[in-house]
Design a protein around this ligand. Structure first.
Ligand code: 1GP
Length: 228
């Protein structure tokens, strides 16, 4: 049931970005462990359903990373729900979640829902700006969020989000030493196989996003180095 714990490599596709059928086929047939559908802005019910139905031609597991309630639709294998632990606005930690559960709580299949403790560290990223994240963090601050995820809230996933920029491998290494039961996702700025290999040494799962749209072949190569 919690097969995501076995994933080493995932691609993240943004429903708000164009992708040709050929590119999508290359991604879905690449040998990656899963495809996450998610983005920071412009995610609608329409573009989410469109991307889901196109991905469903392939056997790769498919996850919706929920960024707003309007675009939630049945048919995904999992629903990853981020809670931005370093947000300064409670809406992004529990507020929007509370509203959604108040309205749809009866309908939610809790077995498909996986909470992610997000720590967004790239100040320039859209994700940081939208969620009003406090990115003025040193390594001890980040480690405290990782420990909080595992020991205090017992979250299934801790996600270190560098979205758009390549992160600091030392902090990724340190996080890996404090997480045991909580699964560790790293995402941000992976553009080639060397970077994929470097982060995959320490993160349980690496997430590859933007480079798909910039250099598809480089994106595909990140699968091979991680999956062998
Ligand atoms: C974004 O963590 C993912 O949510 C991946 O980041 O787009 O920078 O690869 P990139």
């Amino acid at each position: 049931m919690f097969e995501y714990r076995e994933w080493k490599h995932v691609f993240k596709l943004d429903p708000n970005k164009e992708i040709t059928p050929e590119m999508l086929e290359a991604i879905c047939e690449s040998g990656t462990d899963a495809v996450i559908v998610g983005g920071s802005d412009g995610v609608t019910l329409e573009n989410t359903i469109d991307l889901l139905s196109r991905i469903r031609k392939y056997t790769v597991p498919c996850v919706l990373e929920v960024s707003n309630t309007e675009s939630i639709t049945p048919g995904f294998d999992y629903y990853f729900v981020p809670s931005v632990l370093n947000s300064t606005n409670p809406d992004w930690i529990v507020g929007l979640h509370h509203e959604a559960i108040k309205e749809y709580g009866e309908l939610i299949n809790w077995n498909e829902l996986v909470a992610e403790g997000y720590c967004i560290v790239n100040k320039e990223s859209k994700a940081a700006q939208i969620s009003e994240a406090d990115t003025n963090l040193d390594n001890e601050d980040i480690l405290a969020y990782a420990r909080m995820s595992e020991h205090m809230f017992r979250l299934p996933i801790f996600y270190l989000e560098y979205s758009g920029t390549y992160g600091d491998v030392e902090i990724v290494k340190d996080i890996s030493t404090v997480l045991d039961k909580t699964h560790f996702f790293y995402g941000g700025g992976i553009k080639d196989d060397t970077q994929a290999r470097e982060m995959a040494q320490f993160a349980d799962t690496i997430v590859v996003g933007n480079v798909i749209y910039e250099d598809l072949n480089a994106a595909i190569r990140t699968v091979r180095v991680v999956k062998g």
